[in-house]
Design a binder for this molecule. Structure first.
Ligand code: HEM
Length: 405
């Protein structure tokens, strides 16, 4: 699932909704003063009610990395770490080196911010290590086990989670190394995953991205223009039922590394592939007709008396109307790490979905998919994480300050 369908959603790959254009002629311009291309010059503000990287248009490159606090590091060290990380993110997302101290790697030299976002979250184990159990949100209770899970604990969970996205691979890598360096003695990398999406400008006009199965993925996402978007994706001011106050403006990220069994998938005829989802491959339109944005007609039957969108089609089973309104903002990256030990592609989806409450988003939908939708035989969930992503830092504040100070 990418973020957003065409147009007004403001989430379309390549659109600049929520982004401001980098002042290419200002003091932070490329050192040689040359004008930057639109891809390089786009900057996504670090400060705001929500952290960047949630409603930001999907970037071409992403890194997901989890850290564990070092033995002996507690709340004080964690607060200092989030302060360092926030400062580095604030600077790099404006196209500047991560610190004033010098010694930068130079990997991002010559490039503009390229829509860089750096998003920070806390895992359940963070709270015990920092003596903050009393402030741990109930929404961070472990996800239930699903029967189809093949989870690798070494690539799952973690005290801290950072999502990095940028439209340039070198800018993204530069940010990743800076974040790892700024972790210093306080935290160690637990796992890291690298992903990608379409590059802006690769298609004639901005459109919903495709995943590695070739499907248009992200169409059904909630759109920021919808009246219930904020309620679905963000914890309300005051914390609301989703609790705690320090999470106001925040969101819960469910991260799943989902392997695609591409050798099997690619053997399916196109018509059969389309029945697996319930949408056409060419343009993402429902099998019941129309365009990408036409609603699925779940009632329509064909000449054989069977539903045109099969009973086990992925888009039918995951639809909010079929799940008591449960909805989430899917904002994934594809991944490809060569050929796995079993001789098949180690490729698939770094599935990241955002919601105000996982129990009204990912959990009920995955429970239903886990009973065996038509997609299940072609995918395998290999790693999992759930992270509380606090609201955006205000000017002068660091991310997580309302929890840690
Ligand atoms: C819809 C693919 C995993 C939830 C879709 C669509 C595709 C797709 C092609 C239709 C277009 C769209 O609305 O985006 C995949 C693939 C997956 C995967 C390839 C794994 C590799 C999941 C998981 C969940 C999920 C794990 C949640 C537990 C949804 C939802 C929709 C959707 C909520 C939109 C339904 C609607 O709004 O009507 N997915 N999906 N998907 N998927 Fe998935």
């Amino acid at each position: 699932g990418t973020a957003g369908a065409a147009g007004a959603a403001g989430l379309v790959l390549g659109a600049t909704g929520g982004a401001t254009v980098y002042a290419a002629a200002g003091p932070e311009a490329a050192p040689d003063g040359k004008a930057l291309t639109t891809v390089g010059s786009t900057a996504v503000p670090f400060h705001g009610a929500h952290q960047a990287g949630i409603t930001t248009p999907l970037q071409a490159r992403g890194h997901l990395v989890a850290f564990d606090l070092a033995p002996g590091a507690g709340r004080k060290e964690a607060a200092a770490l989030l302060r360092r990380w926030s400062e580095a993110a604030r600077r790099m997302t404006a196209g500047r080196p991560p610190t004033d101290a010098g010694g930068d790697t130079g990997v991002a030299l010559d490039a503009g911010p390229s829509s860089l976002t750096v998003t920070f979250g806390f895992g359940r184990t963070f709270f015990g290590r920092t003596g903050l159990d009393a402030r741990r949100p109930a929404a961070l209770d472990p996800l239930p086990d699903f029967s189809s899970d093949h989870l690798d604990p070494r690539r799952s969970d973690g005290d801290l989670w950072v999502q990095i996205g940028a439209d340039d691979a070198l800018v993204a890598f530069h940010a990743l190394r800076a974040i790892q360096r700024e972790a210093g003695e306080a935290a160690r990398v637990r796992w890291q995953m690298n992903g990608f999406n379409r590059s802006p400008g690769a298609t004639a006009q901005p459109m919903t991205t495709r995943n590695l199965m070739g499907q248009i993925d992200g169409t059904g996402n909630p759109k920021p223009s919808e009246s219930d978007f904020d309620r679905r994706v963000f914890v309300p001011a005051g914390g609301g039922a989703e609790g705690p106050e320090w999470m106001a403006g925040g969101s819960y990220a469910v991260v799943r590394r989902i392997r695609m069994l591409l050798d099997d998938w690619e053997k399916l005829a196109r018509g059969d592939q389309e029945k697996v989802i319930g949408r056409r491959k060419s343009d993402g339109a429902p099998l019941t007709g129309g365009t990408e944005t036409t609603e699925l007609d779940l009632e329509r039957t064909g000449p054989d008396g069977k539903p045109v969108i099969p009973a086990n089609a992925h888009a039918r089973i995951s639809a909010p109307e079929q799940n008591g309104g449960a909805a989430m903002l899917r904002r994934p990256f594809s991944y490809h790490d060569g050929i796995g030990a079993d001789g098949t592609p180690d490729a698939g989806l770094l599935f990241v979905c955002w919601q105000a409450d996982p129990l009204r988003g990912f959990v009920p939908v995955q429970r239903k998919l886990d009973r065996g939708d038509a997609l299940s035989p072609f995918i395998r969930h290999e790693a999992s994480g759930l992270f509380a992503v606090p609201g955006g830092a205000r000017d002068g504040e660091y991310v997580g300050q309302r929890l840690l100070e």
